[in-house]
Design a protein around this ligand. Structure first.
Ligand code: NAD
Length: 485
């Protein structure tokens, strides 16, 4: 095995996990076993919580101006270790090195935002009546938890670590059981940046760890990013234990393409959106709805997609099960009468025959009732549906239970606005294939793509990671004056 057995990170040190139950960490690119990950238990979660609890009084009392100094140094260290960290992200996740570098760049940007938090949480103050002042301040919650998925081993942890910790909380982080290696590097860099012991703790494992987090009486808030199925489980379990919870789920993102869309630009965006990170992005385009005559754009989409080559500019999907699931969707759609314009099934990459690659796939004449049109596929597959009117296209988009993102491609500003206002999704793109809002704007979908209030990044995250204290102060030299009683 290339790497040593995965360890938890508790109170500033890497610790062996006693559990005998283990999972293999498999390289999606070549099928080799990279490491063995022991599955932690509720007792391990409790050790992490005790460390975080002990660290909280000191960390929360450290002024935020000092707390963010750690993140200035962490940002610098991420830049210094960009190549090493990107290589590990690529290795454990299967994405290309270019995509992994973009992921680490995003970690740097997220950290940069956290360093600006002192400017954003100054609170409000107002003289509400003569000599009486009300002020608000953002107070950290205490011990909080963050549970993350496999598709961004470094970026999604950095959606929560910098903001939650800079705001004064101490954190228990639960990595994906498929990609736990990058997070250990992040922990090492944070320690080097001066983060005090116990402020960040990592507990590796599977659902047993997640259940223990949701149940632990000393964890105040839980953030989750992953599939809708598990987001619902986590949201229900954490809130049942009266915790604050924000749970981001899966997605089915639609691109509405109008006949006046710029053909080349649209085709490039569609191809990049459906195939980036092998389609394993919650912001990936999964369905394209062509309104009216858009054959010329479909032809260009196919041309662009054929430039995407597995093992070169297309990474592997995470596992054998994922590859089989994705290929099954394609086969079912074909059997139901859809046309496969570009077929990514049965791909083998020379020299990496055990890698789990799926080639980019374009399926045309998909109808709204097919599984491939309705369900999250999480692979490099785009399903094309066709409608005669914009309202028909919107009906299809609106009917989908998810609501992460939707985009429109057109040169008509009025039409773009009409669609943007009516699309039932939290993140909207106009001539943008992957409409991720950059900081300070916040990331979060609607409907079954997110449970809970607010968003996970940007300014909105401040409300999730803090509670508001409202102080009313009467301080006046004139005695006997009856102010407010
Ligand atoms: P997943 O839901 O299988 O796993 C997410 C986390 O939950 C992991 O840490 C995993 O160990 C844990 N887990 C898995 N099954 C569990 C169970 N039964 N009980 C408790 N915990 C469990 O998701 P994944 O396969 O790692 O990631 C892919 C999914 O994440 C996709 O659906 C994708 O759309 C979604 N995602 C969403 C966003 C977003 O912002 N909305 C971002 C990234 C990924």
């Amino acid at each position: 095995m290339k790497y040593e057995r995965v360890r938890n990170f508790i109170n500033g040190s890497f610790k062996e996990v006693s559990s005998q139950r283990t999972l293999p960490i498999i390289s999606p690119s070549d099928g080799s076993i990279l490491a063995e990950m022991p599955c932690s238990t509720a007792a391990d979660v409790n050790d992490a919580v005790q460390a975080a609890k002990a660290a909280f009084p000191g960390w929360s009392k450290t002024p935020i101006k000092e707390r963010v100094q750690v993140f200035f140094r962490y940002k610098y260290l991420l830049e210094q270790h960009l190549q090493e960290l990107s290589a590990l992200v690529s290795e454990e996740n299967g994405k290309t090195m270019t995509e992994a570098i973009a992921e680490v760049d995003k970690c740097i940007e997220l950290t940069e935002f956290a360093t600006s938090l002192p400017q954003l949480i100054t609170g409000e103050v107002l003289e509400v009546s003569a000599g009486v002042e009300c002020r608000t301040s953002h107070i950290p919650l205490g011990v909080v938890a963050s549970i993350v998925p496999f598709n961004f081993p470094a970026m999604v942890p950095n959606w929560t670590i910098p903001n939650a910790i800079a705001l004064g909380n101490c954190m228990i982080m639960k990595p994906s059981d498929k990609v736990p290696l990058s997070l250990a590097v992040l922990a090492r860099l944070l320690k080097e940046a001066g983060l005090p012991d116990g402020v960040l703790n990592i507990v590796n494992g599977d659902s047993e760890v997640v259940d223990a987090i949701c149940d632990h009486p000393d964890i105040e808030a839980v953030s989750f990013v992953g599939s809708t199925k598990v987001a619902k489980i986590v949201y229900q379990r954490a809130t049942q234990h009266l915790k604050r919870c924000l749970a981001l789920g899966g997605a089915k993102n639609h691109l509405l393409v109008l006949p006046d869309a710029k053909p080349g630009m649209t085709a490039q965006n569609v191809a990049a959106s459906m195939s980036g990170c092998a389609g394993q992005r919650c912001m990936a385009a999964s369905a394209m709805i062509g309104v009216g005559q858009i054959d010329h754009i479909v032809d260009l989409v196919c041309e662009e997609v054929k430039k995407i080559v597995p093992g070169q500019n297309l990474g592997a999907v995470i596992s054998k099960e994922s590859k089989e699931r994705i290929e099954k969707y394609i086969t079912e759609a074909e059997a139901q009468g859809a046309r496969i314009l570009v077929d990514g099934r049965g791909v083998k990459v020379s020299g990496k025959e055990n890698g789990t690659y799926v080639g980019p796939t374009v399926i045309d004449y998909v109808t709204a009732d097919m599984a491939v049109a309705k369900e999250e596929i999480f692979g490099p597959v785009i399903s094309i549906m066709r409608t005669n009117t914009v309202d028909e296209a919107l009906r299809i988009e609106n009917a989908n239970p998810y609501g992460n993102a939707a985009s429109v491609f057109t040169q008509n500003g009025g039409m773009a606005r009409y669609i943007a206002e009516r699309a039932n999704a939290g993140m909207i793109g106009v001539n943008v294939g992957v409409p991720v809002p950059r900081e300070p704007f916040s990331f979060g979908g609607w409907n079954e793509s997110k449970f809970g209030v607010g968003d996970i990044t940007g300014k909105s995250s401040i409300e999730f990671w803090t509670k508001l204290k409202k102080s009313t102060t009467k301080w006046n030299p004139e005695e006997g004056v009856n102010w407010m009683s």
